[in-house]
Design a protein around this ligand. Structure first.
Ligand SMILES: [Zn+2]
Ligand SMILES: [Zn+2]
Length: 82
């Protein structure tokens, strides 16, 4: 059922883990540079990894700027443009 993909509000990491398995980890966005990717315990565990366990952005180097991108955290659209 491909319907499942459309229905899912969760944003999941589309990268691949080191062993080739799909990541499907929670996506985080860097509030400093806008990069998005998953958070892994160590660097280089996923092709789309953006943060390590200390929320250190691998793209711009900011620390603690990782914001989870998950369905429960979605802010209504009006709030974003206000
Ligand atoms: Zn990932
Ligand atoms: Zn960043």
């Amino acid at each position: 059922m491909t319907y499942q993909v459309i229905k899912s509000a969760l944003k999941l990491c589309s990268g691949a883990r080191k062993g080739g398995d799909p990541c499907n980890g929670t996506l985080y966005t860097c509030k400093a540079c806008g990069a998005s990717g998953c958070k892994q315990s160590r660097e280089g565990l996923c092709t789309d990894q953006a943060f390590d366990v200390l929320e250190h952005c691998l793209k711009c180097g900011a620390i603690g700027q990782a914001e989870p991108v998950a369905a429960g955290d979605y802010t209504p659209h009006q709030s974003w443009v206000a």
